[in-house]
Design a protein around this ligand. Structure first.
Ligand code: G6P
Length: 617
C-alpha cells in the first residue's frame, strides 16, 4: 500500500527514484511526489495526481540535481486524491519532508494540538502531522540542552504517534541525511558501495543493489553518504530477488504474463519437494516443527482476499487428507474474535506479500496466545515469513498485477503439499501420499493444457461482456461445491476487481436459498463442475438455473459430453484428483476475468481504488 523509495549516495538521485517509483507503482497509484536536495541548498519538490508511469515524459528536459532524495506513490487512505494530499508532506517552513506508508490513527488529536500551537497544515492527510511534530521537536533542545539532530526529533515525534508507519524524513537543516523508521510497514535498505537505496519493497531496490538490511519495528536508521547507522548494527543480507521478474516482456499486461506463468508456479512450488517412492513431501521450512504435527488437533487458516479463498480450499484438503479439523477466517475478522484455542491448535497464515496488515496482526495475536504459527508466503524475507514459527514459501516469483493470480495457484499447490506432509505424519497411508505426489508431479503439464485454450476463453469472455443483447452482461453468479466453492468465490472476486462488473461466488447448494431470485436471461452463471464427488449435485444446481432461463458457462472435465447439453458454453480442464481440481479450475477463471476486463478497456494491472499489498487495517 503506497510505495516509498529514497536514495543517498554519489549518483544523481532522480533517475534512481523514478525507476524505483515506476516499479513500486503497483502498490498504489493515485498520485506521486518527489523531494530531492541539491548541493546548493535548493530543493526539487514535485507532487502530482496521476500515475508516475504516465508522467515520465513531463520530466524530460528538466535539470533535476541532487544526490539525496525520496519519492512516494500513493494509495489514498486519509484525504482525497489531490496534489496537496500527495507525499512528500512538509512542515510550516517547507524544510522537513516526509513520505509515509501506514496510518497515524491519532492524527486528529495531534493535528488539533499542533494547530493550537500555531502550525499551519496544507493537506488533509494523517502523514502531515509527522512533519509538524518533527518541526516542533527540532526547534526544542534535547535533555542535555543541545540542538536536536533530525533522528532525535523523529524519535520524539514517533513516541506520540499511534498507528503504523514505514517512513522517510529529510530536513534542509541536515541535507545529506535521510532518517528511516518503521512500525508494521516494511522498509528495506539496499546497500551498494557506500550508496543506499531505501524502499518499502525489494522490487524498487533490485536494479541498484543486491544486498539489503531489513529495518526492524521501532528501529530508526540514519542514512548519510557512505554510512548507514542502525540501532542494532548488522551486516546486510543477500537479497533473493530476480530483477527481470518485474518486466512485462512480450505480454501486454502483467496479469496475463502472471496467468501464463501459472504452470511454472506449480512447477516451482513442487520442485525438489516430492518423494514419490515414499509418498512423502519434503518441506524444509516445516522441519523444525515436524515433531509437533501429529499432536495438532485443530487448524485455523487465516488470510485476506484471494489468499482467503486458498485458505478455504486448504480447509477441505487438511480435513480430508490430514485428518485435522480445520476452520478458516478472514484476518480482519479473526483478529477481533475470541477463538477457542488449545495447546494443540496451530494457525496457518496465508499471504502472497507477507505484509498484509490484518494478517500480520492476526499472526501476532496468535503468537501472543502461544499458538503454533505457520506461514504460507511468496515474498522471501517478508514480515510474515520472519515472524511465523515455521513456514512454506510458495516460490511463485514476484507478482506485480494488483489482482493475485499465479500466487493463488502457488498457495493452493503449497497447501496440497502441506496436507500430504501433515497427513503422512498422521494417518495417511503411503499409497495415498504417493497418489497425490504423483498427480502433483504432472500438474504443471495439465495446467499448461488449460492455457492452450486461452483463445477459446477469450472468445467466450468477449461474447459475455460485449455481445449480450448488444451491450453484454453486467452481473454474474459463480457457483461451485466442496473444493470448488472457494474457487467460485475466487472467480467472482477476480472478475469484480479487474472488470468492475458485479459478480458473486456462492455454494451451488445455496442458490435455492435466495440467490435464484435474481436469475434471468441477463444474469449468467459460471458453474465449476468437474467430474468429482459432487458433480451430480452441481448438475441439479445447473438445472435449477436453466429452469429459470439462466445461461450457464460450465468449467467441466475433459470428456464430459453431457455438460454440453446443459451449458451454453463449456471450458474443459483435464482430469486430476478431486483435491487438485481447484488448481486447474482457477486458471480459466483467471483468464476469463482478464479477457472480460480488457474487452471493457479496464486497467487490469492497476484496477481503480485497489492496491497490491494492503498494509493498513
Ligand atoms: C490485496 C490484493 C489481493 C490479495 C490481498 C491479500 O487486496 O489486491 O490480490 O489477495 O490483498 O494479499 P496477500 O499479500 O496477503 O496475499
Amino acid at each position: 500500500m503506497c510505495g516509498i523509495i529514497g536514495y543517498v549516495g554519489k549518483k544523481q538521485a532522480f533517475p534512481i527514484l523514478l525507476t524505483g517509483l515506476k516499479r513500486l507503482e503497483y502498490r498504489g497509484y493515485d498520485s506521486y511526489g518527489f523531494s530531492i536536495f541539491d548541493e546548493k541548498g535548493g530543493i526539487f519538490l514535485n507532487k502530482k495526481v496521476g500515475k508516475i508511469s504516465e508522467a515520465e515524459k513531463d520530466f524530460l528536459g528538466m535539470d533535476i540535481q541532487g544526490t539525496v532524495g525520496q519519492a512516494h506513490t500513493r494509495w489514498a487512505t486519509t484525504g482525497k486524491v489531490t496534489e496537496a494530499n500527495a507525499h512528500p508532506h512538509f512542515d510550516c517552513a517547507k524544510e522537513i519532508f516526509v513520505v509515509h506508508n501506514g496510518i497515524i490513527e491519532n492524527y486528529g488529536e495531534l493535528k488539533n494540538k499542533l494547530i493550537n500551537e500555531g502550525h499551519q497544515f496544507s493537506s488533509e492527510t494523517d502523514t502531515e502531522v509527522l512533519a509538524h511534530l518533527i518541526e516542533k521537536f527540532l526547534k526544542e533542545k534535547n535533555k542535555k540542552g543541545e540542538k536536536r539532530k533530525l533522528e532525535e526529533a523523529v524519535k520524539e515525534a514517533l513516541k506520540l504517534v499511534k498507528g503504523t508507519y514505514g517512513l522517510l524524513v529529510m530536513s534542509k537543516s541536515e541535507p545529506e541525511k535521510i532518517v528511516a523508521a518503521r512500525l508494521s510497514s516494511p522498509l528495506l535498505i539496499g546497500v551498494n558501495n557506500g550508496e543506499y537505496i531505501v524502499a518499502s519493497d525489494p522490487i524498487a531496490i533490485a536494479p541498484f543493489a543486491s544486498n539489503i538490511v531489513y529495518l526492524n519495528d521501532y528501529e530508526i536508521a540514519v542514512i548519510t553518504p557512505g554510512n548507514l547507522s542502525l540501532e542494532k548494527e548488522r551486516a546486510p543480507e543477500k537479497m533473493e530477488y530476480e530483477s527481470e521478474e518485474a518486466e512485462k516482456g512480450s505480454y501486454e499486461h502483467f496479469m496475463l504474463k502472471e496467468i501464463m506463468e501459472e504452470p511454472a508456479a506449480i512447477e516451482s512450488a513442487i520442485k525438489g519437494r516430492l518423494i514419490s517412492q515414499d509418498g512423502e513431501v519434503k518441506l524444509g521450512g516445516l522441519d523444525s516443527i515436524a515433531g509437533r504435527i501429529k499432536d495438532i488437533q485443530n487448524l485455523i487458516l487465516v488470510a485476506c482476499g484471494t489468499a482467503n479463498y486458498a485458505a478455504r480450499t486448504g480447509k477441505y484438503m487438511f480435513e480430508e487428507y490430514a485428518g485435522i479439523s480445520a476452520e478458516t477466517d478472514l484476518a480482519s475478522e479473526f483478529r477481533y474474535r475470541k477463538p477457542i484455542l488449545s495447546k494443540n491448535t496451530a494457525a496457518i497464515f496465508i499471504s502472497q506479500s507477507g505484509e498484509t496488515a490484518d494478517t500480520l496482526a492476526a499472526l501476532r495475536e496468535m503468537k501472543r496466545k502461544g499458538v503454533l504459527t505457520i506461514g504460507v508466503t511468496n515474498a522471501i524475507g517478508s514480515s510474515q515469513s520472519r515472524e511465523t514459527d515455521a513456514g512454506v514459501y510458495i516460490r511463485s516469483g514476484s507478482e506485480i498485477a494488483v489482482a493475485s493470480t499465479k500466487a493463488f495457484i502457488g498457495q493452493l499447490t503449497a497447501l496440497a503439499l502441506m496436507s500430504v506432509y501433515f497427513g503422512r505424519k498422521r494417518e495417511m497411508a503411503m499409497v495415498m501420499g504417493k497418489r497425490i505426489v504423483d498427480e502433483l508431479s504432472v500438474l504443471p503439464d495439465l495446467a499448461q493444457k488449460v492455457l492452450k485454450n486461452s483463445s477459446h476463453i477469450e472468445q467466450i469472455a468477449k461474447k459475455y461482456v460485449l455481445a449480450g443483447e448488444g451491450k453484454g452482461f453486467r452481473n454474474f453468479w459463480f457457483i461451485g461445491r466442496k473444493y470448488n466453492y472457494p474457487v467460485a468465490m475466487e472467480g467472482a472476486l477476480k472478475l469484480k476487481e479487474c472488470s468492475y462488473l458485479h459478480a458473486e461466488g456462492i455454494a451451488g447448494g445455496e442458490l435455492k436459498h435466495g440467490s435464484l431470485a435474481l436469475i434471468d436471461e441477463q444474469f449468467p452463471t459460471v458453474a465449476i463442475c468437474p467430474s468429482d464427488s459432487v458433480y451430480e449435485k452441481m448438475v441439479s444446481n445447473i438445472e435449477e438455473v436453466r429452469a429459470r432461463k439462466g445461461r450457464i458457462l460450465a468449467i467441466a472435465t475433459e470428456g464430459n459430453e453431457e455438460i454440453k447439453k446443459l451449458a451454453e458454453d463449456v471450458i474443459y480442464i483435464p482430469k486430476t484428483l478431486e483435491m487438485l481440481t481447484p488448481i486447474l479450475a482457477a486458471i480459466p477463471l483467471h483468464l476469463l476475468a482478464y479477457y472480460m476486463a480488457t474487452a471493457l478497456g479496464r486497467d487490469v494491472d492497476r484496477p481503480r481504488n485497489l492496491a497490491k499489498s494492503v498494509t493498513v487495517e
